[in-house]
Write a protein that binds this ligand. Structure first.
Ligand SMILES: *Cc1c(COP(=O)(O)O)cnc(C)c1O
Length: 414
């Protein structure tokens, strides 16, 4: 879907010129394309059409209400990792009955909120959590639907910080220990075993670890069935990568065919938890060049966006393509694109050749996932506004945070 394009040299998202957005709403500014979000969702729905399935969008990738609402209306379920994300899903009109709750550290309060809402499943990650949930559900007179997140110990071949399916990670329970945990869960009065899940990592560019993980999980499901524990769903997590630079992300249709084969003749429903691949390429971050600072070894372009707005470069040395929004006749120079934050790690891109002047606008591409949802107030910087473009319509879906909001809730001590 080519939602980003130039008309007379000016960069547009769908039918809207990005420079007009910067004038009207200021920068830094996140901008999303409705068409790109919806086409990413439809690509999943089509790829897995042959297998009864539910797509549970991983809310942490981008938790803006407008985006959750768009996906809810397309029929999505949601993968949440906190009580805050549950509140967002409900506020956005999401169906609690399609929510799975992941995460290694669910509190009793979060469990109560999710039981009250009536979620589809708790994805448990430890034996202690199992006992806590049994107690909390018992106190409420409810039965909690559960699955175990198993760790299939496959190498997803991605960045170590976003690899989650290896033995040494904090996530999940070792797949070899799962049968005993399932027997324990089945024996507890306030739990109902309904599924199994795994999530081996993020930004995977290779299908084979996903297929290997699926095989190991399906073997476990068969072992459990032989033990008299029948599951209703098999959740294979998220992790499908996107193109930031020159990666070749897995072909969803191929993934769909692989799973269709593996699920043929099975009774369990397939659940998927895609995050990045639904939103990553549907958004960009607009920023303005404040200063150009030429140097002997390096030139810096100091922009008004920073690591608090988009943390991925600082956190994972992630690459985002950076393009000028307008076209200039000045000669291109090589710049490090850095923010104003007082950290050497505050960079957005290194050694980029750009023909720019002070005051120009830049777009950081593929910033729809793990951008705004990771934004912070470091250096007391209010968080950016968010815009959703729908053809030629411009929707301000989150106002820029104000300084009053930034200081609200704090007290002096006398
Ligand atoms: C983060 C996460 C996802 C989404 O991962 P993506 O790489 O964004 O698709 C899915 N499931 C769980 C449990 C997660 O923690």
């Amino acid at each position: 879907m080519n939602t980003l394009h130039r008309i007379d040299g000016r960069l547009h998202l769908e039918d809207v010129a990005l420079d007009t957005l910067a004038e009207r709403f200021g920068t830094p500014l996140y901008v999303y394309s409705r068409a790109a979000l919806e086409s990413a969702y439809r690509a999943y729905a089509e790829a897995f059409a042959a297998t009864p399935h539910l797509i549970c969008y991983a809310v942490k990738a981008n938790s803006s209400l407008a985006i959750l609402n768009l996906f809810a209306r397309l029929g999505a379920g949601f993968d949440i990792v906190s009580g805050g994300e549950l509140a967002r899903v409900l506020a956005a009109g999401g169906d609690a009955g399609k929510v799975v709750f992941s995460g290694v550290g669910k509190t009793a309060n979060e469990m109560r909120a999710a039981l009250d809402a009536g979620i589809l499943c708790f994805n448990l990650e430890s034996e202690s959590e199992l006992h806590r949930l049994d107690r909390v559900a018992g106190d409420m007179g409810k039965v909690a639907p559960v699955s175990f997140r198993v760790n299939p110990d496959v190498d997803p071949k991605t960045h170590p910080y976003i690899s989650t399916g290896l033995k040494e990670n904090k996530f999940g329970v070792p797949i070899a220990e799962a049968p005993a945990l399932y027997r324990l869960a089945a024996s507890l009065p306030n739990l109902k075993v309904t599924g199994v899940d795994c999530h081996i990592g993020s930004q995977l560019t290779d299908l084979s670890p996903l297929a290997d993980a699926a095989d190991r999980v399906l073997d476990l499901v068969d072992t459990l069935a032989a033990d008299g524990i029948a599951l209703r769903h098999i959740d294979l997590g998220g992790g499908v990568g996107i193109r930031y630079r020159d990666e070749t992300p897995p072909d969803l249709a191929a993934y769909g065919r692989v799973l269709a084969q593996k699920f043929a003749g099975r009774r369990e429903k397939l659940l998927l938890e895609p995050g990045r691949s639904l939103v990553g390429n549907a958004g960009l971050l607009l920023t303005r060049v404040e200063y150009l600072k030429p140097g002997e070894d390096k030139n810096f372009a100091i922009v008004d966006a920073a690591m608090n707005d988009l943390m991925r470069p600082a956190l994972y040395e992630a690459y985002h393509e950076i393009v000028a929004v307008g076209e200039r006749t000045v000669p291109a120079r090589r710049y490090d694109i850095v923010g104003p934050i007082c950290e050497t790690g505050d960079f957005l891109g290194f050694a980029r050749d750009l023909a720019i002047e002070e005051g120009d606008l830049l777009a950081l591409l593929s910033a729809g996932a793990y951008g705004m949802s990771m934004a912070s107030n470091y250096n007391s910087r209010p968080r950016a506004a968010e815009i959703l473009i729908d053809k030629n319509e411009i929707h301000l879906v989150r106002e820029r945070e104000t300084l009053d909001q930034l200081l609200a809730g704090e007290r002096l001590v006398y």
